[in-house]
Unconditional design. Sequence first.
Lengths: 144, 144
Amino acid sequence: MLFGQFVGDWSFDSVEYWDNGSRPTQKGEIQFRWVLEGTAVQDVWVETERSDSELKMYGTTIRFYDAKAKSWRIIWVEPGRGAVAKLKAERVGDEIVILGQAADGSPMRWTYSEIKPNSFHWRGEKFVGNDWRAYEDLRAHRKQ
Amino acid sequence: MNRTQATQESIDNFATLLSAPGRSPEIPESADVYGWLVGSWALEVLHYAAVDVSGQHIRGEAHFGWVLEGRAMQDVWIMPRYSDRRAGLAKTNDMYGSTLRVWDAAIQAWRMRWINPVSGHREDQIGRRSGRTSYKWASAPTVR
């Protein structure tokens, strides 16, 4: 299962790339669990520390495999920043690529890469002009 | 008080991390359309998927709670009820799904996403109070 492999508890370190050039860093926790009779994987992403004074992220994702569409359907909500996003995921080589729309309507892409039993790399990008531009880069490690 | 330590203690459990004790003060009481639903409900299913099933005496259950620091609500709808579920249920009257509701101050309404992975059913809805006792909602087209 594309997302079942993440079930468990993780800690992360991340950095955001703001348009004004600032590079705030964050630390936080992610917990993934099977929910709804094992038909879906839900997570909670929580920032516990930020280098700036912005609101700490507190969001959740629910995803299930739609057999008819042969695709994972994903809902991401982060109410503090007005995010209620709908996305689709697919495996691309060794990576998981997730496409949707950011809160401002621009195309958004999330990529899980370097996926190992106890670590993964995640990056978030927005489509700006005619190219993808990273807005966040994150490394997660499974809690022992 | 060490905030990191407090956070560490509070995230030992997924449900604890996800759930919130009540509505966020950021959501005005006048916008609290769904808070009265918090708790667990036994359902007697009369109509489902536009079919009158009142003669079948189908029982279900629904559970509602505040999540994500009280900025959102999540529910779980189950039919037949949890204690009656077993392998090989007919898919026609089978539901084990969840809704996420997020208050969006910009549109003064609740943005809702419903998934029922059993059938692959999804709904996007907007909810707001309409009069004293009824609730207006609209369905938006789904992303393909």
